[in-house]
Design a protein around this ligand. Sequence first.
Ligand code: ADP
Ligand code: MG
Length: 494
Amino acid sequence: MAELTYREPDPKVIAGAKGDWEMVIGLEVHAQVTSKSKLFSGASTAFGAEPNTNVSLVDAAMPGMLPVVNEFCVEQAVRSGLGLKAAINRYSRFDRKNYFYPDLPQGYQISQLYHPIVGEGEVLVDLGPGLARKVRIERIHLEQDAGKSIHDLDPALSFVDLNRTGVALMEIVSRPDIRGPEEAAEYVRKLRQILRYLGTCDGNMQEGSLRADVNVSVRPAGSTDLGTRCEIKNMNSMRFIVQAIEFEARRQIAILEDGGRIEQETRLYDPARGETRSMRSKEEAHDYRYFPDPDLLPLELDQAWIDAIAAGLPELPDARKARFVLDYGMTEYDAGVLTAEVASADYFEAVARGRDGKAAANWVINELFGRLNREGHGIEASPIGPGQLGGLLDLIASGEISGKIAKDVFEILWTEGGEPAAIVAARGLRQVTDSGAIEAAVAEVVAANPEKAAQALAKPALAGWFVGQVMKATGGKANPQAVQAAVRRKLGVE
Ligand code: ADP
Ligand code: MG
């Protein structure tokens, strides 16, 4: 498997009033398992359904109902763990986390405190060419999502929507290895990318499929001790994660420099005001009176079943990116752009197979992605397929069309579709390489501009002007190198 080598960057330093500080950050990411049904019931997980239509008797916690674990969700947690190079715990168990809230009809959340399904793993966070930070994963556990309380529909009433109640979440807990706000956002981006490659979470942050609790503490620069942390709950945008951490670190530094102490607490970020504020003091595990759920047997996984899942994993982002750099000779940056999504990496490889990798990367990134971005489309909606773009590259490689004409053909493919070779033939776009025709065109332009031709001997840069005129006269179809050579010969310029 291909691998690139990286260096770890220094921690980001913030200058306080009295000295330099650094941030220590650890994230708990809640990733919704891509599954049609819930963790312990057969109810649908479809997003955007009418309130309270995807609720089974189990989700509504009717007396006597029993949960039945969804094997598919267990498999997705194992897949995710394997994708994060983590240890899979063959024995795991569900615990009840007891608390009251109107959107939690059971009166407890089924989670895995004592024996999570996945143990230690790691994520390589890309921080620029040659730079990456290894962030250790502490654990992944499976748990149920809660429902949703709605307070803004009526001035006097609150409503509860239980559609989300019981949906399977993977809580992915990192070690406090992250050292700056942008790193935290990059960590979430990388985690999301890996889960999307694995197909275990769709990563849709607007729909709440991926949310992060961000733990932040500060310490004097160079210190190896951990400061007291605050947890910022439920962040669902990379931009807000960066803003919230910036604010929170500065708030803590101001308190500490003032001789104060940080209270460990749970805070919320208010994007409108750009600040975090206290939600509740930090609760401890014993506050929730956790105990093993008597309705569920422990999960005992066969090693052969785990091995089969491991054997079916796709090529993951780090490996694919390294392979692109090594096999196609592209920059790490370009490889990162192309491998951001499985669909774009697949598209690129379909174009590049059997062709010049650098040219393919250049056309896919600059022309195709550039155009898709401007029009707000994803690669799935590209009007030009990889076969068409590959055909266009073949015409350039064989010298049948110039790069300039290729852009015109690209435009025709984008708006009208068709096959590149057929378009070139039908519209007479073939490059003129015939030296007789090119020399005739050069002679014509030189004859029409005798003064400029005379000046060119003393001012060789003028040759470029003649090349431009000949290209114009031939409708851009003349081979530019051939025109250049013919012009220089005709003008007697070296
Ligand atoms: P709890 O069980 O109370 O939520 P954990 O020890 O499981 O606490 O840690 C939760 C998260 O907080 C983890 O992601 C961890 O990396 C992070 N974390 C722990 N200590 C610190 C610290 N001093 N500063 C920043 N983050 C921290
Ligand atoms: Mg926690």
